[in-house]
Design a protein around this ligand. Structure first.
Ligand code: ADP
Ligand code: MG
Ligand code: ZN
Length: 621
């Protein structure tokens, strides 16, 4: 049960108590006096009065006798006596003998207090109980018919949030623009027969603004936003989650164009394999199946776009990522320095900044912070300003706030300047070596923003086309790129660091395969030295065939080493030839944290002229 549900439960319990107290007060104030007027007497006393001729009138009901005495008698004045009707076969005879008027109808003045005393106080009670149950139903824990009541609650929110409220997510925004175009004018797409993806998965570390982006997309397209969180489903009774998904889609289809957002979809869409067989969650699976069938069930042109967010895409059930489902993924990474500045500016709008509060400086100090962390910093700084009686939020408040949040996020990295410098050169090295070898995949982006997975930076290469096979030369160039990071560190700092260990692992692995699987070593020749694919097991350390002589094994090592040495020499030579370029790239990275492939081209200049210097480049036209 989440906080909201708990609150609602408390809410209805409080109301139940109030209703009970009300009923009790009602009983004692209104009903009781009537009981006094309406005294209960024993049957024997009634008979005595009857025989004495003091009874004026009797009303006989199913199980009671109500009578009044003659007005002149003691206790007569309009008082109604109430007698439990005993099984007396002579009753009618006695009444006739006594000559009193009697009737068999239920007396209205006896029903009235009954009504007043019991039914009316019970009414609010019943009503409140009903509302309480309905609320619980809506929150997902109820047993009553959830379907309709829940659907009413999810009217579809008008978020009122736009991309102006999201900082540092330009790339994601561009990708989402198409979705917005589709939602604002679905006809335009369907007329041409274009199909838009039904599902868009936002992938990124926590707090990077995935939920915010989804809302902003709805806001920009000005369509209703239906949202539900995967974790809501976890505690539900079997069947409730599936019913809710059904309702959600029913509502959404009625309100199309609109966006359906499933937050934290990993809680729901965890693959059966990773979920673990123990405690297998039928409810989760049912809900997931319902979601899948709903997604398949509607036509792509009705104008419902399903967005989902996760920070663990790798554990998602593959069924979710199949074509026609969440087949488009948008990465929402940690913000760059510029992004952080934007995010800080957005959140600082809500507070009063002192003139010395320098958002640029704060952005520079907060590498690795998420949007949520930055929002938190602004808020924390404002709180500190209040506590220190400042008129506005000063730089000192920000510094303290950052310190406090860093302390809370120890596991996250805040890089020291010298570490950042090394990372910048390392990544610039990869990028430059890649750029200087035109046959390798072009560099798309280089970043020194630490990733959530712990990498300090990365160089992203994107193939122009699918590669089916690689030549020896291409593999060698690839190796040079892998070793380019380490090479740059060697050139500039005259030593290496642990940052290159992953590069080395990948490079060694590839070099070894060149030698043992691809027959690319002249010394060892076209022989396979590696185990047949799929037969290696842990005991066989290096995956070499068992029947190799120790000498051959040593030779394999030597040849692998030779391939790697050559690649490193190539990387160093390339870097040395363009050392100015390396410094420039590193500087840009230090300043902006990211650099695009186009910018690299601009900074370094054309390649042909320099690498193939033996063949003079054709004179420019
Ligand atoms: P996620 O869904 O990725 O975990 P959220 O969208 O819930 O992150 O972000 C939480 C809060 O952090 C947002 O409400 C917002 O205040 C702030 N935030 C996160 N990213 C950004 C951003 N890019 N721009 C502005 N604010 C952000
Ligand atoms: Mg979120
Ligand atoms: Zn590297």
């Amino acid at each position: 049960m989440d906080k909201r549900q708990k609150k609602q439960m408390q809410f209805s319990v409080i109301y139940l108590l109030i209703a009970l107290i009300m009923a009790w007060v009602f009983q004692s104030l209104i009903y009781r006096p009537m009981v006094i007027r309406w005294s209960e007497v024993p049957y024997s006393e009634f008979l005595a009065k009857l025989e004495a001729g003091e009874v004026a009138e009797v009303q006989v009901t199913q199980d009671r006798l109500l009578y009044e005495l003659l007005p002149e008698m003691e206790g007569g004045q309009g008082r109604v006596y109430n007698v439990v009707r005993v099984d007396d076969p002579d009753l009618i005879e006695r009444l006739v003998d006594a000559g009193v008027s009697f009737s068999g109808e239920a007396p209205p003045n006896a029903l009235f207090p009954l009504l007043l005393g019991w039914v009316i106080p019970l009414l609010p009670l019943a009503l409140i109980g009903y509302i309480g149950l309905r609320r619980m139903g809506q929150a997902g824990a109820g047993v009553m018919s959830i379907s309709k009541s829940r659907a009413k609650e999810i009217e579809g929110e008008r978020t009122g949030i736009g991309f102006r409220d999201v900082g540092g997510a330009d790339e994601a925004s561009v990708e989402l623009k198409e979705i917005i175009d589709f939602l604002t004018d679905p006809e335009r797409f369907t007329r041409l027969g274009a199909k838009l993806p039904k599902g868009v998965l936002l992938v990124g570390p926590p707090g990077t603004g995935k939920t915010l982006l989804a809302k902003a997309t709805a806001g920009e397209a000005n369509v209703p936003f239906f949202s539900i969180s995967g974790s809501d489903f976890v505690e539900m009774f079997v069947g409730v989650g599936a019913a809710r998904v059904r309702d959600l889609f029913e509502q959404a289809k009625a309100k199309a164009p609109c966006i359906v957002f499933i937050d934290e979809i990993d809680a729901l869409g965890q693959s059966r394999a990773t979920a673990g067989s123990l405690g297998s969650n039928d409810e989760r699976e049912q809900t997931l199946n319902q979601l899948l069938s709903e997604m398949d069930g509607f036509a792509p042109n009705i104008g419902v776009v399903i967005m989902a967010a996760t920070n663990r895409p790798e554990i998602l059930d593959k069924a979710l990522l199949r074509a026609g489902r969440f087949d488009r993924q948008i990465q929402v990474g940690l913000p760059t320095e510029q992004g952080r500045r934007q995010i800080l500016a957005i959140h600082a709008q809500k507070v009063k900044l002192a003139p010395d509060a320098d958002l640029n400086r704060i952005a520079r100090m907060t590498a690795g912070f998420s949007g949520a962390d930055l929002a938190n910093i602004v808020n924390e700084a404002a709180l500190l300003a209040v506590r220190h009686d400042h008129d506005s939020v000063t730089m000192m408040d920000f510094d303290l706030a950052i310190e406090r949040i860093v302390a809370g996020l120890q596991r996250r990295m805040r890089l020291k300047p010298e570490v950042k410098r090394r990372v910048a050169y390392h990544e610039a090295g990869h990028a430059l070596v890649a750029y200087l070898q035109p046959d390798t995949d072009p560099v798309h982006k280089v970043s020194i923003v630490p990733t959530a997975k712990g990498a300090l930076g990365y160089t992203l290469q994107m193939p122009d086309e699918d590669t089916y096979l690689l030549s020896k030369q291409e593999l060698e160039e690839h190796l040079a790129v892998m070793l380019g990071g380490r090479g740059a560190e060697l050139l500039v700092f005259n030593d290496t660091s642990t940052g290159a260990s992953n590069d080395l692992e990948r490079a060694s692995d590839m070099a070894r395969r060149m030698v043992t699987e691809f027959g690319m070593s002249e010394v060892l020749g076209p022989v396979r030295y590696a185990n047949p694919a799929g037969t290696g097991y842990l005991g066989q350390m290096n995956g070499l065939r068992q029947d190799l002589s120790p000498d051959t094994a040593r030779l394999v090592d030597q040849e692998t080493r030779k391939v790697l040495d050559a690649a490193q020499d190539q990387a160093l030579a390339l870097l040395e030839s363009r050392i100015d370029g390396l410094h420039k790239l590193a500087e840009i990275l230090l300043e902006h944290e990211v650099i695009s492939g186009d910018e690299i081209a601009r900074v370094i200049g054309p390649v042909e002229a320099l690498v193939e210097s033996e063949e003079p480049a054709p004179a420019p036209a």
